[in-house]
Ligand binder design. Structure first.
Ligand code: SF4
Ligand code: SF4
Length: 107
């Protein structure tokens, strides 16, 4: 293949008809407030683990809806609860993470 001095990023397109969203729907059964997230990013901005680990509730919720793995991000959470204090939608993100960890242990 000819080298043009740059590479194309893989497509980030997601076909919602094909994703496995079972974990997302399981989470909604125990934490229905996850559905009101507006992806504002306040949780990520306040997260002390975000800078060095990439942990982000916003990303976790989006990944779940896209059927992507979230376990590596969850393992970086220290359950400090800062994200819960800043969420403008009043989502109990700390409780949500705990519920998600339980679901991931017993899918
Ligand atoms: S702060 Fe709340 S509404 Fe904003 S992205 Fe995080 S969980 Fe969603
Ligand atoms: S509870 Fe977890 S995700 Fe939320 S701010 Fe603390 S380390 Fe970050």
């Amino acid at each position: 293949m000819k080298d043009f001095g740059f590479t194309l990023s893989p497509s980030s397109a997601v076909s919602l008809d094909k994703v496995d969203s079972r974990l997302w729907h399981k989470l909604l059964e125990t934490s229905p407030d996850a559905a009101v997230c507006i992806s504002c990013g306040s949780c990520s901005a306040s997260c002390p683990a975000a800078r060095w680990s990439g942990m982000s509730i916003r990303k976790v919720l989006l990944a779940l809806q896209r059927g992507q793995s979230v376990a590596p991000m969850l393992s970086c959470c220290m359950l400090c609860g800062k994200c819960t204090m800043v969420c403008p939608r009043g989502i109990n993100t700390r409780k949500l993470i705990l519920a998600l960890c339980r679901i991931c242990e017993k899918p």
